[in-house]
Ligand binder design. Sequence first.
Ligand code: PGA
Length: 257
Amino acid sequence: MAEARKPIIAGNWKMNHTHLDAIQVVQKLDYQLRPEDYRAVEVVVCPAFTALRSIQTLIDGDKLEVGLGAQNLWYEDQGAFTGEISGPMLAKLNVDYVIVGHSERRQIFGETDEVVNKKVKAVYRNGMKPILCVGETLEERDAGETEAKVRSQVKEALKGVGQDQAEALVVAYEPIWAIGTGRNATPEDADETTGQIRDELRTKYGDLADSIRIQYGGSVKPGNIADLMAKPNIDGALVGGASLDPDEFARVIRYRI
Ligand code: PGA
């Protein structure tokens, strides 16, 4: 079934790159990618909010095949939520994907499973696709709780999300201890947990689970991406640090070569 899933590699730039830097990075990235790279892999960049408009204009103007993602949104569509950005605002910028429930949002900004669920629904309501992040802490891993943690995060985040919507879902499995630390899960461990996530999706969506893409994230680099992508349950990567530099990110995307 894995053949049916086109790999998706998304760069999560976090709080890096001004809009001017972001333009340069996307131009340099696209310059290195060939049509066959875009055919083989869906490429997405997720800049900070301040750079979305510039990158949208660049993608439209130069007809780039790079997809546009946002890193977050608020779950109400409008109103008195000072400092927040809504789904309709992102959709108007032709944003394709929105990262929801990243561990930094959960840990630093206190996002609960309930908030994550509301955000997932807001993404769908506005015609975009969520990249839903799940993953365990080191303590949870050491206590043997990885499977229970990711299954419950998936279940809670997708409450009220129907079969018709689930098709557009992307899940990112990101063990928290592997993010930005240079440590990454072994391909075997990552494949085992992504397999458990797929199984959880199967209990809810049946065979549709075979067409939902599950990324691995956490210290993905040019040197380890190929081994991760060789695993049957891993359909792409959510890349932080290594996506900031266009040369490095292009090497991640061209992992087949
Ligand atoms: P990293 O970040 O690649 O820098 O570990 C991944 C992420 O947080 O999405």
